[in-house]
Design a protein around this ligand. Structure first.
Ligand code: EPU
Length: 334
């Protein structure tokens, strides 16, 4: 066993919620070629392995009796693609926002609406990150992952990843794949994606950089900076109702924001539901609901996983009692 592991590793500064947590073993994976050996070591020790990126979408448990592999591989490149497009390729441990900034500074369109999202490149496909009218899947070319079942590296295109709203194969088969690099399509000529009204209202935009600056301003006006107030972004998915259920809901609650989807279903706003349940700015000990955006739960300092789960259970019950809608959690219980 040549792969060395850190023991009793404190992860409090490895999760954007800043929840207290410890891992029996940890290893920063700077070279993905180590992964097969890491899983062998885990088998020898008889412990599980979990994969951590930037820790921006996890609810960290206080104690994990296994190995936390922290994806830390770096590297990014740009290559010519088809039809005047470029393909940007980045290793899993690259910081997502730095990658966005790097492409935007070269005048390339594509990733600018996704600026400011915390976390790593390798985590981006897991929940198909999205913001301001664009999802990762819109720009996705392919990725490479280590398949723990087949014990080999595999390349996957978009359809194989089964992307949907905050969904992917990687959520459906948790623990099977470790994403090691991602390839995305960017372009010199695409122009802005202005499907999100509050963003288009800030235009016109002449460059991807102008869009990125507007996105960063919008984010700063709505979302707390996790370095100041621990959080994991949106804590719940926006609920998607069937066309019939959605229509019935909007008759009962005509003021509710409701967004018809291309398949006829209707997406509601979880933030609105929580606010209407009277919980915007609600505080419960060390944790609370952010006062400027009800979809974001925050750690006021010293919170644990248990505090967050108790608060989220209370929110879910309150929304269910008032609207008959069950919210689904977005961050992974880790
Ligand atoms: N709203 C309220 N009260 C609130 C918050 C929101 O009434 O406290 C209403 C707003 O007025 C608006 C609607 O809810 O009509 C939607 O709000 P917003 O545009 O802020 O977006 P969201 O649906 O709450 C989603 C993503 C965010 C992403 C934004 C912008 C999910 C779960 N969240 O939030 O993603 O940044 O759209 O595209 O889909 C994340 O996933 O961590 C995240 C921050």
């Amino acid at each position: 066993m040549s792969l060395s592991l850190s023991q009793n590793f404190d992860l409090t500064n490895h999760n954007s919620f800043q929840l207290r947590g410890n891992s029996a073993y940890a290893r920063a994976i700077v070279d993905e070629a180590e992964l097969p050996q890491l899983f062998e070591v885990a088998e020898e020790l008889g412990v599980p392995v979990r994969i951590l990126g930037g820790g921006s979408n996890v609810i960290l448990s206080e104690q994990y009796d296994g190995i936390t592999a922290i994806m830390s591989s770096r590297g990014r490149s740009l290559a010519d693609g088809e039809n005047g497009q470029f393909i940007v390729e980045a290793s899993a441990g690259e910081n997502w926002h730095e990658l966005v900034t790097w492409t935007v500074e070269q005048g390339l369109w594509g990733l600018e609406n996704l600026a400011g999202i915390p976390g790593t490149v390798g985590a981006a496909p897991i929940q198909n990150i999205g913001a301001y009218g664009v999802e990762l899947s819109d720009l996705f070319e392919s990725l490479v992952a280590f398949d723990r079942t087949e014990r080999r590296f595999v390349s996957m295109d978009g359809p194989s990843c089964r992307f949907a709203y905050r969904q992917s194969l990687f959520k459906q088969e948790p623990g099977r794949y470790v994403v090691t690099s991602v390839r995305l399509k960017v372009s010199q000529s695409r122009g802005p994606s202005l499907g999100y009204r509050d963003l288009s209202a800030l235009g016109p935009f002449r460059s991807p950089s102008e869009v990125m600056q507007a996105v960063l301003r919008l984010r700063a006006s709505k979302l707390p900076d996790w370095r100041i107030l621990g959080n994991a972004g949106s804590f719940f998915h926006n609920p998607v109702l069937s066309a019939d259920a959605g229509q019935a809901f909007t008759l009962d609650f005509p003021n509710a924001p409701a967004f018809p989807q291309t398949d006829g279903s209707i997406k509601l706003s979880a933030g609105w539901l929580i606010e209407q349940a009277g919980l915007k700015g609600y505080r419960r000990g060390a944790v609370g609901v952010f006062e400027r955006h009800a979809l974001v739960l925050v750690n006021h300092g010293g919170a644990t996983c248990k505090d967050i789960l108790e608060l989220s259970d209370f929110i879910m019950t309150s929304v269910r009692d008032k609207f008959g809608i069950t919210l689904g959690r977005e961050p992974e219980l880790f």
